[in-house]
Every structure is written in C-alpha cells, then in structure tokens.
Design a protein around this ligand. Structure first.
Ligand code: TXE
Length: 479
C-alpha cells in the first residue's frame, strides 16, 4: 500500500515521485511505499499551514476543543484498524497497540481538547505604579512536530494535539520507519472537520524531509522526540534561527530495587519496565540495580520470569515480545550483546535471534538479561533501546545513587522501596525528569514530561505543552 502526504486536507504523491520502501518487521517483507518528500513538499505543507493560521488561531476555544474531541472519537472508532496498522508497521504486539498506543493517541486529543479550555495566563498588578500587566499567550504560527518509530501514533499525537489546541498550524513528520498510522490520521482529521491546512503531514527521511522542516526559516518552533544525536543536530540547526525547541531524547534509566520493597509487585513490574514494546521505550528501566541482600533471589526469579515471555508474531494474542522495528535496529541491538560479552558481561538469558515459524525473515530477538561486572561498561552507559537489560548488585544508598547518576542521560528513574525518608532523599537527588516510586510508566497527562542532561530540553505534557506552543507577551497598562 502506498502512503501519501496529507497537505491542505488532501492526499498527494511526493512532487519528485520518489518513494521509500516500507518494511514489515514481523516478516521482513516490503509491504508498501512512502513518499520521499523533498523541500518542495515541505514548502507546500508550510504554505497550507500558513494560510490556515489566521483563521485557526482566531477560532474560539470551544470550537477548537469540539474538533479535537471529534478527532479523539474518530481514533477510538478506528481502534481495530489503527492497532492492526501500528502492529504491522512497528512489529509491536497487537494486544499492546490495542491496549496502549491507540487509546493513548485518542486520550492525547481528548486531554488537550479539555486542557485548552482551562489554560489561563497571569496578570500582575504593579502596586503603587497605577499599572496592570497581563500576559497574552498567543499562538506561535506554523510549528514543526517530528516523532520517532517506537510509539508512532502515541507520540505523534502527543505533539500535534497541544500544538493545534493552542491555535498553531502544523507541519508534521512521523518516522519513515513507521508512517502508517500518521497517514490514517489524516482521514480522521478530515472527518472530524479539522479545517484544511491546520495539520499537514509530510513523509520522508529525517535527513531530507525532516531537515527541510527544521531549517525552514518560518517554522518557528520544533517539538522533537528521537535519538540524542539527532536532537543535538536539530539544536545546532535551529539555534541560530532562534527557534523554540522541545527535545525529548534518549534515556538509560535506572531501576533501583531495595530489599524492603513489595517484592512480587516489583518483580512483575520490572519485567514490564524492561521489555514492554521490545524494550523500545525511552522510559524503560534498562539498568537494574538490586540491593545485595536480595540480589541472588531476584536474579533467579527475574530470569525465570523473563524466560517465560513468549517471542512471537505480533498479531498473535499470546505474544509478549514482537519484532524489533527494523533490520538495522536489530543489528544495532545484537552488536551491543556482542560488546557485553567482550566486556565480561554474563548473559543470564536470551542473547539470540529467534526464528518464528512462517516468518523466518522477521526481526525477532530473545529478551536478554546481562549481569555486568561494573556500571561503567558500555552496555550500562549507552542507550541500546531493545529487549536488553543489565543487572548488578549494590551495597548502599550512596553507591547506587552515584551509579544511577553516572550516565550522560537523565530521563526517568524507578525506585522500589517502602522507606518514605529514603524515597524522599533519593527522588530529590536522582538526575531525571521523572521518578516513579513503586510503579512504572504511570502517566497523568497533566504532569511535566521530559528529561535533563542528554535526555533533552524542555517539558511537554499538561499546561507545559500549551506554554511551549504559545508565545507569552506582557502587556503593561498604566491607568
Ligand atoms: O532516531 P532518529 P533513529 C534512540 C534509540 C535509537 C536511536 C536512533 O537509541 O536507537 O535513537 O534511532 C527524524 N532533521 N531513540 O535513528 O533518527 C526521523 O526521520 C529532522 C530514542 O530512528 O532520531 C524521525 O522522524 N528530523 C527515541 C525522528 O527524527 C530528523 C525514539 C527520530 O529519528 C533528522 C527513537 C534531521 N536531520 C529512537 N534526522 C525516544 N527518545 O523515544 C532524523 N530525523
């Protein structure tokens, strides 16, 4: 199936008529093609967005909210179709796409449809000076949203919904590796009555199509989720043009387990936080640190549970681990397993590719647990972004805190303990944008979301996203 660009409410072939193959990770087949969009296509998308902006930015909040709610309902009504498309495009189990990805894409629109009606700005009375200041929060204009392949529609809509709720018009690009659900979203937006040009979706490679978006002189803000190296490149490109940037990048998140935790709950959740979505979530707890007194027990129990995970075709309901997203990505993850061995890491389970009968060319990999001799080895420092976790014991709270913070990333952290004082001490000192205590990936969409250090700049979520997608202007009136 061929995908098209969605520009000004219509579907278009790329102007160059150049196409990129789209692979199905479950069997390695090419099952469609996507536009290899050029600068000219991005310019067309920009022109459509620019012409839609004056009217959309003056559309009442009630009307914007009504349309966003209709998009949310449209996603819900197409749950099965979208989940199937997501699973086929990405390799993730269909059960996961149905339970998490697509419902969350719908929630993103519902959440920002409501949030925009509650968004308020400040006023400051300048006492003794007979003046009042108020802050206008104005729509920015045309903004760019660029998203990755791991949670395709989930993250695409996480950016688009607040951008258009705040009155902007958007030029968006999903990952070229997983373009399908973004393509299907276009039709849903038309059916929901989103005015033409408010959202424009261009498909293509990061280095050409994405590059044309980030270097476009009149696309004033960029919200990006993806790899840290790409984020650094975007920052370098956008800085001299003084664009507003929100960068949500990689992570190498510590999962810190103390002996006093609720053990069964911790064990069950740790399997999830290690391997959900084949470990391809920037929030996965990929470095597991376990207090020495329960280390051996944890090791045995964890490995036993991980071995029970079923690697299989994403369309099967009993599949726990589907296919990795692409062949190059599988190769990258496999390389890290090799590196782990060279660094004297001990593979406690997994480590090998899996052949799924009937789908021999799919990109399947066993969930892998590596016991590392030191926290400084590469597999403990670099983002692998696959079904691979490291484990090692720790003795004291100070030791584990140091190891937790001794990476370049700072996205999220998980703590398992019932000691309140320790919870407070640790969560205040851990270098991460998000700390989960006795849980993982529990999301309240009102909370600030993002990372520190090499995990990015800025926060999205709730009013933070609406602040990002608006320009504050102070108006001072003397009376
Ligand atoms: O991401 P890229 P990749 C990490 C993970 C993974 C690594 C690389 O470790 O192995 O990053 O993945 C677009 N201008 N994460 O190469 O390239 C690209 O087309 C503008 C973590 O797939 O960063 C896609 O739409 N855009 C992560 C998006 O950027 C450009 C999720 C992300 O792709 C561009 C994914 C350019 N010059 C990978 N170059 C997370 N934080 O969740 C690329 N793109």
């Amino acid at each position: 199936m061929n995908i098209k660009n969605y520009i000004n409410g219509n579907f278009h072939n790329p102007s160059s008529n150049e196409w990129i193959d789209n692979f199905c990770p479950a069997n390695g087949d090419i099952y469609g093609q996507i536009p290899n969009s050029s600068k000219a296509d991005v310019e067309n998308a920009y022109i459509a967005a620019k012409s839609a902006f004056p009217s959309w930015s003056r559309t009442t909040l009630e009307e914007r909210s009504r349309i966003l709610l209709k998009i949310s309902e449209g996603i819900e009504a197409n749950l099965d179709k979208l989940a199937k498309a997501e699973s086929q495009d990405n390799g993730k189990p269909i059960s996961l796409a149905k339970a998490i990805d697509i419902p969350r894409a719908s929630s993103n629109f519902r959440f920002f449809a409501n949030a925009i009606t509650q968004f308020a700005s400040e006023s400051h009375e300048s006492v003794g000076m007979n003046a009042i200041n108020y802050t206008l929060r104005q729509s920015i204009g045309v903004v760019g949203c660029i998203s990755p392949w791991n949670l395709p529609l989930y993250l695409f809509t996480w950016k688009i919904a607040p951008a258009i709720a705040a009155g902007n018009c958007v030029v968006a690009k999903p990952s070229e590796v997983t373009p399908m659900t973004a393509y299907l979203l276009g039709e849903i937006c038309n059916e929901a009555g989103l005015p033409k040009g408010v959202l424009n979706i261009v498909h293509g490679l990061g280095t050409s199509t994405g590059q044309a978006i980030i270097e476009h002189p009149d696309i004033k803000a960029i919200s990006f989720t993806g790899g840290t190296a790409t984020g650094a490149h975007i920052a370098r490109t956008a800085a001299p043009m003084f664009k507003k940037l929100s960068l949500e990048l990689g992570g190498k998140n510590p999962n810190i387990i103390f002996a006093d935790c609720d053990y069964d709950d911790m064990l069950k959740t740790t399997v999830k936080s290690s391997f959900a979505n084949q470990g391809q979530i920037c929030l996965c707890g990929s470095r597991i640190f376990v207090e020495a007194s329960i280390y051996e027990k944890f090791k045995t129990d964890f490995v036993k549970k991980v071995k029970q995970l079923k690697v299989g075709h994403p369309s099967k309901n009993d599949t726990n681990i589907g296919a990795l997203v692409s062949k190059p990505h599988l190769e990258k993850v496999m390389d890290y397993i090799k590196i782990a061995k060279e660094e004297n890491g001990k593979i406690l389970c997994g480590g090998n590719q899996v052949t799924v009968t009937g789908f021999e060319n799919g990109y399947y990999l066993e969930p892998t647990v590596i016991e590392v001799p030191t926290d400084e080895c590469r597999v403990n420092q670099e983002e692998i972004f696959g079904p691979v976790v490291t484990i090692m014991p720790f003795k004291t709270e100070d030791d584990v805190l140091q190891m937790a913070n001794k990476v370049k990333y700072g996205l999220s952290a998980t703590l398992w303990t019932n000691d309140l004082k320790r919870t407070m001490r640790m969560s205040h000192q851990i270098q991460a944008g998000i700390v989960w205590v006795n849980t993982w990936l529990m999301r309240d969409l009102r909370t600030p979301f993002g990372g520190m250090k090499a995990s990015g700049v800025g926060r999205e979520g709730g009013f933070e996203a609406l602040r990002f997608f608006t320009e504050p202007k102070n108006v001072c009136i003397k009376y």
